[in-house]
Design a protein around this ligand. Sequence first.
Ligand code: AMP
Length: 181
Amino acid sequence: MQSLSVCVYCGARPGGDPVFMETATELGLSLAGAGLRLVYGAGDVGLMGAVARAAQAAGGQTFGVIPAHLIAWEVGKRDLTTFVVTETMHERKKVMFMNADAVAVLPGGAGSLDELFEVLTWRQLGLHEKPIYLLDIAGYWQPLIALIDHVIAQGFADPSLRSFFEVVPDVPALMARLAPC
Ligand code: AMP
């Protein structure tokens, strides 16, 4: 039987605080230890590479999806359990999401924000019910959460938007939430 899968969106860069890479490694180890399959963007750079290397090292299942034009740029990690090459970014995001039971978002840049808002807006439209977790390492996502609260307060989104994602402070808290998924 296919193990449950967690789609991880995170930076293709390491970020400015070592705690980001450390936590990405901790997440990879924890997913593998819990028997959860990692679904991610198949790169071997930044936080993406750290999550995947740790999951692999701990014997976990890894499912990576990368568009052909990014294989060199993001150092496509061909030794994953499953390595899928798509033609476009849109296909990549679709294949990642289709193969996941839950989404976890670590610190990242514009790409991670794009991925988060895609699944968040799909959730808002009732297109899926997969849980979305923001891993708020060192308070990284606080400005984003404040922005979303501002959007709601100014009447540009229903308050229910805030209920479509859950903020967790660390990997153990995330794993506790993922356990039943
Ligand atoms: P970043 O958070 O910018 O470091 O990007 C993290 C991952 O998101 C990388 O694998 C990017 O290729 C990917 N990504 C997904 N959608 C986009 C997009 N629309 N623009 C840029 N990067 C994206």
